[in-house]
Ligand binder design. Structure first.
Ligand code: GLT
Ligand code: MN
Ligand code: MN
Length: 393
C-alpha cells in the first residue's frame, strides 16, 4: 500500500467487485510480452478476500477452458469456485461471456455462419447457467467483436438482429433457470467500447446500446440494461457523467465498470481516479444523488511494470481505497453548505418579473450565474482538502 488504507471490513461495506481477468492480467498487449506469471482463480479469490473486495466477477473462459465449457468438467470447476468463494468470504456478483477471443469468433459473435451463431447462443446460455450456480445477479456482454475492419463485407442490420437473437437466447434461458431455482432472473448488462478490437464497432457507445435495447429486436428489453465503463465513454470524447445521466434517465444504469484513462486513446484501463479524480468526484456525486450504489466493478489493469506481488499489495487496495475516499468526498460535497446554498440560489432564479423582456431577465441573472464557477472552485477545494483551515467571510 502507500502507507495507509481502509480495513477489509470497511472495504466490504461497498458493492465493489474485482474481475478475475483484471487481477490475472499478465501485462501483455499487441506489442508487449507478458511481464507477470500466470495466477489461478484460487489466488485471485484468496487475495480479494484478504483485501476486503467482497465480490468477484469472471468471464466463462477465464476459469473454464473453452473446450470443457458445458461439460461435466465445467460442473467440477464451478463447484471448486463455489468452495473457494465460500472459504474466503467472497461472492460472485457477475458473469460475462467471452465472445471475442477465441478463433471461433473471428467474424464476431453474430456472423453469417449459423453454426457460429448457434455456438454463441450456447455460450451465453451456458454463462447464465454458471451465473445462477455461483449466485451471481448480473450478466455482462461486451460485443467488442461486433464490427469490421473493412467496409461492405457485413450487413449491419442483419448482424445487429443476429446479436439480438443471442441476447434473446440468454434471457429465455435465464427465465427458465431462474424459475427452476426459485431465483430472480439476472440483470443482463451491455457494455460498449468505441474502438478496439474491431476498427468499426456496431454498438460503440452506451447511447447506441440504449437505442439497440429499444429497437424492438429484443424479446425481453426489460431484462437488458447497461454496464457502462467510465473509460469507454471517455475514449470517444464523451463526458462520462453525461453518458451516465442518460443511462439513469432511461432507468438502465445497472452495473458500472470503474477505471480511468485518457480521451481519444486506446483502452488503457488505468485504476479509478488516477487520471481524472475531479471528474470521478463529479460522477460519484451524480450516482449518489440518483441512488446508484453499485455494483462497482474494478475493470482496470495493473500496470505492466507492476509485479505479481504488487497487483495485490499495491494495485487493488489503492484502487478500492481511492474509490471509497472519492465516494465519501462525494457525500461531503452533496451536503456541503456552500454548494447547497449556491445550488438553491441558482434554482430560485433572480425573482425578477420581466415577462418577455430577454435583456432584463439576462441582466437580473448575471450575478447569480457566477455561482456556477463558485461551485467548481468549491468542488476542487473539497477534493484536495483545500477548504481545511481557511476562513470564510
Ligand atoms: C474486455 C473489455 C472489458 C470488458 C470485459 C467484459 S472484456 O476486457 O475490454 O472492458 O468489461 O467482457
Ligand atoms: Mn469493462
Ligand atoms: Mn476498458
Amino acid at each position: 500500500m502507500c502507507g495507509g488504507g481502509y480495513s477489509p471490513e470497511i472495504r466490504r461495506k461497498y458493492f465493489i467487485s474485482g474481475p478475475q481477468w483484471a487481477a490475472a492480467y499478465r501485462g501483455q498487449a499487441l506489442f508487449w510480452a507478458p511481464t507477470r506469471e500466470p495466477i489461478t482463480f484460487e489466488d485471485v479469490i484468496r487475495e480479494f478476500g484478504k483485501i476486503g473486495i467482497g465480490y468477484w466477477s469472471t468471464h466463462d473462459s477465464d476459469v473454464i477452458p473453452t473446450d470443457v465449457l458445458g461439460t461435466d468438467r465445467q460442473a467440477e470447476i464451478v463447484a471448486k469456485i463455489k468452495r473457494t468463494l465460500e472459504e474466503h468470504g467472497v461472492k460472485c456478483s457477475m458473469v460475462t461471456t467471452e465472445t471475442f477471443y477465441h478463433a471461433v469468433f473471428a467474424a464476431g459473435p453474430a456472423p453469417e455462419a449459423p453454426e457460429v451463431r448457434e455456438y454463441a447462443a450456447f455460450r451465453v446460455r451456458n454463462t447464465v447457467d454458471i451465473g445462477h450456480e455461483l449466485g451471481a445477479r448480473y450478466a455482462v456482454y461486451w460485443p467488442g467483436s461486433l464490427g469490421y475492419f473493412t467496409q461492405g463485407s457485413i450487413d449491419e442490420i442483419q448482424t445487429l438482429g443476429w446479436y439480438a437473437d443471442a441476447l434473446n437466447a440468454a434471457c429465455e434461458r435465464d427465465i427458465e433457470v431462474a424459475k427452476q431455482k426459485g431465483r430472480d432472473t439476472l440483470k443482463h448488462c451491455l457494455e460498449a467500447k468505441p474502438f478496439e478490437p474491431q476498427a468499426e464497432i456496431l454498438l460503440p457507445t452506451s447511447d447506441a446500446m440504449l437505442a439497440f435495447i429499444s429497437s424492438g429486436r429484443l424479446k425481453h428489453p426489460e431484462m437488458v440494461g447497461l454496464n457502462p465503463e467510465y473509460l469507454h465513454e471517455l475514449m470517444w470524447g464523451g463526458a462520462p457523467r453525461a453518458a451516465l445521466a442518460r443511462a439513469l434517465l432511461a432507468g438502465k444504469l445497472w452495473h458500472l465498470d470503474i477505471n480511468d484513462g485518457y480521451r481519444l486513446k486506446h483502452d488503457v484501463d488505468i485504476a479509478i481516479g488516477l487520471v481524472n479524480p475531479l471528474d470521478w468526484l463529479n460522477v460519484l456525486m451524480l450516482l449518489r444523488s440518483n441512488g446508484f450504489n453499485g455494483p462497482f466493478n474494478l475493470d482496470f489493469k495493473p500496470l505492466r511494470t507492476t509485479s505479481n506481488h504488487g497487483v495485490f499489495a499495491v494495485s487493488f487496495p489503492n484502487a478500492v481505497d481511492r474509490f471509497i475516499t472519492l465516494w465519501e468526498i462525494a457525500a461531503e460535497a452533496l451536503e456541503d453548505s456552500v454548494i447547497r446554498e449556491a445550488t438553491a440560489a441558482l434554482k430560485a432564479g433572480s425573482g425578477v418579473s420581466a415577462g418577455t423582456d430577454a435583456d432584463a431577465i439576462a441582466e437580473a441573472n448575471k450575478e447569480l450565474l457566477t455561482l456556477h464557477e463558485l461551485i467548481a472552485h468549491r468542488l476542487v477545494q473539497l477534493l484536495l482538502g483545500m477548504h481545511r483551515g481557511r476562513t470564510y467571510f
